[in-house]
Design a protein around this ligand. Sequence first.
Ligand SMILES: Cc1ncc(COP(=O)(O)O)c(C=O)c1O
Length: 384
Amino acid sequence: MIYFDNSATTQAAPSVLETYTKVSQQVWGNPSSLHNFGETAFHLLEQSRHQIATLLGVKSREIFFTSGGTEGDNWVVKGTAIEKRSFGKHLITTAVEHPAIHNSMEQLRDLGFDITYLPVDKEGRISVDDLKAAIRPDTILVSVMAVNNEIGTIQPLTEVAEVLKQYPKIHFHIDAVQGIGKGIQSMIMNDRVDFVTFSGHKFHAPRGIGFIYSRTGRKLAPLMSGGGQESNLRSGTENVPAIAGMAKALRLLLTDEDEKVARERAIKQRVYDHIKTFNKVTIFSQPTDGFAPHILCFTINGVRGETIVHAFEDQGIYISTTSACSSKKHAASSTLTAMHTPEAIATSAIRISLDENNTLAEADEFNRVFDKLYQKFSKINADV
Ligand SMILES: Cc1ncc(COP(=O)(O)O)c(C=O)c1O
């Protein structure tokens, strides 16, 4: 089996699951309980927070645990809107965000907020001039993803940060769900960013756990009201086993990061160099620094994405149509649509997404199967 669908989710690492199991069995007290058993859980919770903060070069009190990327994104967008509504009702984001951002923005629009979606160029990248032009006196949030989940474009985060230094009151959020561990940490944890979203299951932690970075002094209204956990900002009994597992997963991810990134880049390059030789293949992700090392999106013109996905699956290779969320809806890729890609192509795009455990041998096997399938599709479909 070859698993090339790591942007959808990753397999939890065995040592992370060991931590999860051990904590579930031995440290299962509620961190809010007053007895020793609760204290032990509380210490482990705070130790995990400290470990994550240290790995990111921030303070422990700036890390807040969530259930994952969707919650983190919803919290920053809606929490900003609630917190800052008396200062302004304008929010800026990009036309290529994950639905966790896009649909949160649309909900706010229904409530009377004004949303600007920055357009993207043919590589799926926003322009900083468009951002400058969009900022208004009533702008309260700029939210830009680090790495696009469908085609892997890296957004110009450093330049966005520079622009926003002139507007210190605007909240600056980065959705880093696809960007962590991909060699761009200094762009993400830049000196202007206020909030960053992370999701554990994208880096070998269990499902249903994540965290946000929230800069000291910045305020978000809570969305989860209740018993006052997470400094009164995110109530709910903390999932200590998953949090401890996630802290370990993050440490593992960031160990030898450069080497892992180089390996992923080499695998992507090998597939890219192969498929680019076929004249009915359109490739959207480039093997350059402006794109993440792990995502390669392309089409075989005239063949639907799901047909290709299932044909690879029959050969034991797991890939996706562009995003896991849209794949069952048979919808056009929203990123490709925003790039003004013709609909026929936007509905047939497929994505391979790598992690540090993939190998060049798997790339060679993928290429071999690709040749076979391309020939088969050519026989069935005159367009290929
Ligand atoms: C860029 C991006 N943001 C947010 C999310 C949502 O994360 P989660 O699956 O943890 O809710 C995803 C998931 O694919 C994503 O790729």
